[in-house]
Design a protein around this ligand. Structure first.
Ligand code: RFL
Length: 407
């Protein structure tokens, strides 16, 4: 139980206006925004710095998010090193169908692996802006969230002693498996869930990308995806039964399936390489509403998980951090709490829009292999429409890039 009535009195108590729980993209971006406004905070992270700087996950950052990071002095390396992408390619019916979204919208996707972004954000927060961050902490607990004197306690890894940080606000940025969401009392929030009933074998291959763009294979044997990560590493996905054992997927089986499902007339052969990550993701989503309780505000995967179908999760985490960071700064520097009051609603508009797009896209990827000729027929119509109807293409591009003027 993480929602305690109060921390034990401790000689090692101290105070900070904000405690940020979790040093992922959401927590670190938030910490940087607070530090830039000279608002003190403490970031608590259960893993080591080395671990979070290496953990492989996302790779696609939307242009609006890059612009926002840049405006806050957080995109210098990203702008120097990320690859701007201007198209993706669907492969179905044995053919290639290139979707040039930048031609339609003028906007790009930026491919920048999450560990690089996290490394940049930690460096800026801790080494440049002098932010307080504590790694490898244990047993984090949140207290008195429904009072105006909340606190967070944890066990210090070096001394083994409990420490307490008294604060005004707690930002729960501890991802899908953290303690913040569990601290929301049942009955005060609603958690909406969706299970796709589908698994994806997520792979990282020590191999250069086999195409200059993201590839989506909608194949009767199941979905396959190809996403560049760096000149040396490529992410691949293969649809598989949920709960499947990665050991069922030896090297040869993986590459045979990828070749089959991504095969198309005139396509260059895939460049094979050693598989350095192989894990099965059960595709599901959830949304916590509202994203706040008392003095606790959730951000990122702690509040909403969106299956990696549409590569949206990290973008939503950044969106939350921008909104919450600005709202906390305004509240703590001028006393105006209107931004915090509207935070959950403002964030959830984009969250639900992205969730809806993920569901729509899921059918595009998985309908052909559902074993239902009717769904296979409608999926093919949906795929073809992207290349025959300019209105459908424009709508897809807007959602894929997250460029709607209003959410
Ligand atoms: P994170 O990144 O999970 O960070 C949470 C941090 O909190 C720590 N933590 C705790 N700290 C203190 N106390 C506790 N009790 C704690 N419990 C946990 C954790 O160690 C961690 O450091 O959450 P955040 O910041 O909300 O960021 C979310 C993103 O990481 C996530 O949405 C994306 O990775 C999702 N995602 C993708 N998103 C995109 O926008 N584009 C993509 O291309 C994309 N590809 C992906 C993905 C996720 C994937 N997986 C592994 C599910 C590809 C994959 C394979």
């Amino acid at each position: 139980m993480t929602f305690d009535s109060g921390p034990p009195d401790s000689p090692s108590s101290h105070r900070s206006p904000v405690v940020v729980v979790g040093a992922g993209p959401a927590g670190l971006t938030l910490g940087n925004i607070l530090r830039a406004a000279s608002v003190d905070c403490v970031v608590l992270e259960t893993e080591s710095r080395e671990f979070i700087e290496r953990r492989p996950r996302a790779g696609v950052v939307e242009e609006w998010a890059v612009r926002e990071l840049g405006r806050r002095g957080l995109a210098e390396n990203l702008l120097e090193r990320a690859q701007p992408h201007s198209a993706c390619e669907f492969r179905f019916g044995g053919e290639r169908h290139r979707f040039a979204y930048t031609e339609l919208t003028g906007r790009h996707h930026f491919v920048y692996p999450q560990p690089l972004l996290v490394t940049d954000l930690v460096r800026e927060y801790a080494d440049v802006r002098g932010g307080d961050i504590r790694f490898s902490v244990r047993d984090v607990r949140l207290h008195d969230l429904d009072t105006d004197r909340p606190s967070v306690s944890y066990t210090c890894p070096e001394s083994g002693q409990r420490q307490v940080v008294h604060c005004d606000f707690v930002a729960g940025c501890d991802g899908a498996r953290g303690v913040s969401r569990a601290a929301l009392p049942p009955g005060r929030v609603r958690v909406a869930r969706h299970d796709y009933g589908i698994g994806w074998l997520a792979l990282l291959a020590e191999a250069p990308p086999s195409s200059d763009c993201v590839l989506f294979g909608a194949h009767p044997r199941g979905f396959a995806g190809h996403m560049a990560r760096s000149p040396e590493v490529t992410r691949y996905y293969l649809q598989c039964p949920p709960g499947d054992d990665p050991e069922n997927w030896p090297h040869d089986r993986v590459w045979t399936e990828l070749r089959e499902r991504l095969g198309a007339a005139g396509a260059a052969p895939l460049t094979e390489g050693r598989l350095i990550e192989k894990r099965v993701l059960d595709m599901h989503d959830y949304v916590v509403e509202p994203m706040a309780f008392g003095r606790l505000f959730l951000a990122g995967d702690a509040a909403h998980l969106v299956a990696p179908i549409a590569a949206k999760g990290m973008n939503l985490a950044l969106h939350d951090a921008f909104l919450l960071g600005d709202s906390l700064v305004t509240r703590l520097t001028s006393g105006d709490g209107s931004g915090l009051d509207g935070y959950s609603e403002a964030s959830l508009r984009r969250v639900w829009d992205y969730q809806e797009f993920s569901q729509w896209l899921s059918e595009l990827y998985h309908g052909s292999s559902a074993g239902d000729p009717f769904r296979a027929g409608t999926t093919l119509a949906r795929l073809r429409r992207l290349f025959t109807s300019p209105a459908a293409a424009a709508a897809f591009a807007e959602q894929y890039l997250g460029t709607a003027e209003r959410y």
